[in-house]
Ligand binder design. Structure first.
Ligand SMILES: *[C@@H]1O[C@H](CO)[C@@H](O)[C@H](O)[C@H]1NC(C)=O
Length: 335
């Protein structure tokens, strides 16, 4: 039994050896032979040219996909217009939270210049520090609201328009600064962004191409799901609003932008703090543009890209109770 096994193993080994040897001899013979090389070369050439074609095709595919992935570039009409955002702000518990949120939205917007106008007799350290650390291009201004224009404690919000003198101060600075900028092309657009609204990044790209005044819907405003200009044949024909649609421009502040050129060409256009309720936007736009000239954005005003959100006033009942016991939060800790 054992010998037979041995024998078998031996046979297998010999056969393996023979087969290997034959393979080796065959390979050596092949090496020595002259082959029909022209055929091999043409096959190689064809393979190479096919691979080159494939490479070109892939390069095209990559080029095309890059072109579609990039945001549509401004056509070669000059530099990207700057978006000048004017934000009125005033001291309150949620101010830092609001400005932080807003500034971090703006960090995602190219070519944005933030003009922050405080309703205060001086620039406050809170806003100064926040702006310094923001990483944004900014201008910090301040103007206190005149006593007779100010809301008194307990007045409803709608009694007097807020931020009027601050927005006008922003306009004043723009007119002075941009005039002084000798030879500036004044490509730009001006937008009034309150510090509590919510802004999609897309709305800034929509407004960037504004020629005179561009418009779009605003969500959660005026007691409605949205208000918007109604567009027919590419023109604004009326407004979807729940209240006094016959106002000259029944729009929210967040729903329009004005080209810098138009602002500079109309040095007297500003917001009228004495305008009746709901007529503040109209007081500014009336002298600048007609309904017919409005440029609808956001897919002919069918997309909501900005929301008139309101931040709830935080309750301080426990803080007050703790303060009464001398255990209030550290006033030196900025919130
Ligand atoms: C807006 O409407 C006009 C006229 O109907 C049309 O030509 C245009 O393509 C529309 N634009 C968009 C972005 O939907």
């Amino acid at each position: 039994m054992a010998t037979r096994m041995k024998l078998k193993l031996k046979t297998v080994f010999v056969m393996y050896f023979m087969v290997s040897l034959m393979g080796l001899i065959y390979a050596l013979m092949q090496l020595g032979q002259r082959c029909d090389c022209t055929e091999h070369i043409t096959v190689k050439d064809r393979t190479i040219s096919r691979l080159q074609e494939e490479l070109h095709r892939l390069k095209d595919v990559i080029k095309n996909s890059e072109a579609t992935r990039r945001p549509p570039k401004q056509p070669a009409r000059g530099p990207t217009p700057t978006v000048f955002v004017i934000t009125p702000t005033y001291a309150r518990l949620v101010q830092k939270a609001e400005l932080t949120r807003l500034s971090q939205t703006f960090l995602h917007v190219p070519q944005l210049h933030w003009i922050v106008v405080e309703d205060s007799p001086q620039k406050t350290p809170l806003v100064s520090d926040l702006l310094k650390k923001s990483g944004l291009i900014y201008t910090h201004l301040h103007v206190p609201t005149a006593k007779d224009q100010k809301l008194q404690e307990g007045d409803p919000n709608w009694l007097k328009p807020r931020g009027v003198q601050q927005r006008n101060e922003g306009l004043r600075w723009l007119r002075e600064d941009r005039r002084a900028e000798a030879g500036a092309d004044n490509y730009g657009v001006v937008y009034f962004a309150d510090d509590d609204n919510t802004y999609s990044l897309q709305v800034f790209e929509e407004m960037r191409s504004t020629q005179r005044v561009s418009v779009w819907p605003v969500g959660l405003v005026g007691g409605m799901k949205y208000e918007r200009p109604v567009v027919e044949g590419g023109k604004v024909v009326r407004f979807h609003t729940g209240w006094r649609p016959n106002r000259p421009f029944p729009m929210d502040m967040a729903g329009f932008a004005v080209s810098l050129k138009l602002v500079l060409a109309n040095p007297d256009a500003c917001f009228d703090g004495n305008a009746p309720m709901g007529f503040l936007e109209s007081s500014f736009l009336q002298g600048l543009v007609t309904i017919d000239e409005l440029e609808p954005k956001a897919d002919n005003c069918t997309k909501v890209l900005v929301w008139h959100t309101r931040t709830e006033k935080p309750k301080m009942k426990r803080e007050e109770a703790m303060q009464a016991q001398g255990l209030g939060s550290d006033p030196a800790l900025e919130v």
